[in-house]
Design a protein around this ligand. Structure first.
Ligand SMILES: Cc1cc2nc3c(=O)[nH]c(=O)nc-3n(C[C@H](O)[C@H](O)[C@H](O)COP(=O)(O)O)c2cc1C
Length: 326
């Protein structure tokens, strides 16, 4: 039986991909995840803010920015290069030690700062690039078109400077989800990751303050991921990596039936240990064996739904059937 698949156009041995998280910034962890059977690993992101903050902090230590005038640009570039160099060194070292694909990750909201670095990430040995464009659409001055333009600018600029396969990791809030994801896939990206994590916001009712901080996904989050993979997988021209709330091998099976090329996992590895990847693979294999499938392509997308009137009606009538008389 073969549980191999493609991810961002790369052949991988398992659809279980480690999502970008703290576990993937440590070489020992990477080796253990490879041994446990991960198909690929997305490395911990470099954050655009991190680089910019690093630039500001370090340039303040060196000298007040205003006194530096013209040379500020040069100093900022040096500091940013140092931050990036640490990342590139890690990529190169990881690449020497592992044989599964390693995907670098950039967490960004603009494109200017990444043009130089995308090329260096490729030269360091990354097999692909995942960009997490986290834009929560809450500013009234920003329209859906503005957001689409930002995605466009980032993707098209990166495609000019690197030949690496590109995956785009998106949040779960778009007014025109299906149309936008389709357009994104038409831009020539090799994959879309549904969904990036949004920081859960809570309220401390004693202190009457906003608080943040639940790091790990709740298994319930899986159903939003499953819904959108089911609705989008037949409508995009690239592979979908399903992420958020995946916690069991049954979830992996469901997402592949819905049309996902791969699943990405983070929280369940923190909670169950790195070896849990093996359990996910084994569970998938056992289900396939029981069903008589030899490969993922025999059942991938079997339950995917096309965006058409018949399916819209089906979703509406299901809603009525389940909630009308409760
Ligand atoms: C501790 C932790 C650190 C994370 N760091 C990143 C990151 O650097 N970049 C990123 O794109 N996603 C990051 N994520 C989000 C994960 O990649 C993933 O999208 C999210 O956790 C949903 O998957 P899960 O339900 O399997 O946890 C992080 C998640 C966790 C739990």
């Amino acid at each position: 039986m073969n549980i191999g698949t493609q991810y961002l156009g790369l052949e991988i041995k398992s659809p279980v991909v480690v999502a970008s998280c703290g576990l993937s910034r440590n070489l020992d962890n990477l080796k253990r995840l490879e041994d446990a059977g991960a198909g690929a690993i997305v490395l911990k992101s470099v954050f655009e803010e991190e680089i910019i903050f690093d630039i500001k902090r370090n340039t303040h230590v060196i000298a007040p920015v205003n006194n530096y005038g013209v040379s500020y640009d040069y100093i900022s570039r040096q500091v940013a290069d140092d931050s990036m160099q640490r990342y590139l060194d890690f990529v190169a070292e990881a690449k020497r030690s592992l044989s599964i694909p390693l995907v670098s990750s950039i967490h960004c909201y603009s494109y200017e700062n990444w043009v130089t670095y995308a090329k260096q990430i490729q030269e360091a040995g990354s097999d692909a690039l995942e960009i997490n464009i986290s834009l929560l659409p809450y500013e009234t001055s920003v329209s859906g078109d503005d957001i689409a333009r930002t995605f466009n600018d980032i993707v098209l600029t990166l495609k000019k400077v690197t030949t690496l396969p590109i995956g785009v990791k998106v949040g779960a809030h778009f007014t025109d989800m299906a149309k936008f994801m389709q357009q994104l896939s038409w831009m020539g990206v090799q994959g879309i990751t549904l969904f990036a994590k949004e920081m859960p916001l809570d309220v401390d009712i004693e202190a009457e303050e906003i608080k943040y901080g639940r790091h790990f996904s709740h298994p319930e989050e899986f159903y939003n991921t499953l819904l959108w993979v089911t609705l989008l997988s037949k409508q995009v021209r690239c592979g979908i990596a399903a992420s958020s709330g995946v916690s069991s091998s049954d979830d992996v099976v469901k997402l592949i039936l819905a049309g996902a090329e791969t699943v990405q996992v983070a929280s369940c590895l923190y909670q169950n240990g790195l070896d849990y990847v093996r359990q996910l693979n084994d569970g998938l294999g056992q289900w396939m064996q029981a069903k008589g499938y030899d490969s993922l392509s025999q059942f991938r997308g079997k339950l995917a739904m096309k965006g058409n009137e018949k399916n819209s009606l089906q979703l509406r009538t299901q809603f009525m059937a389940h909630y009308d008389d409760v």
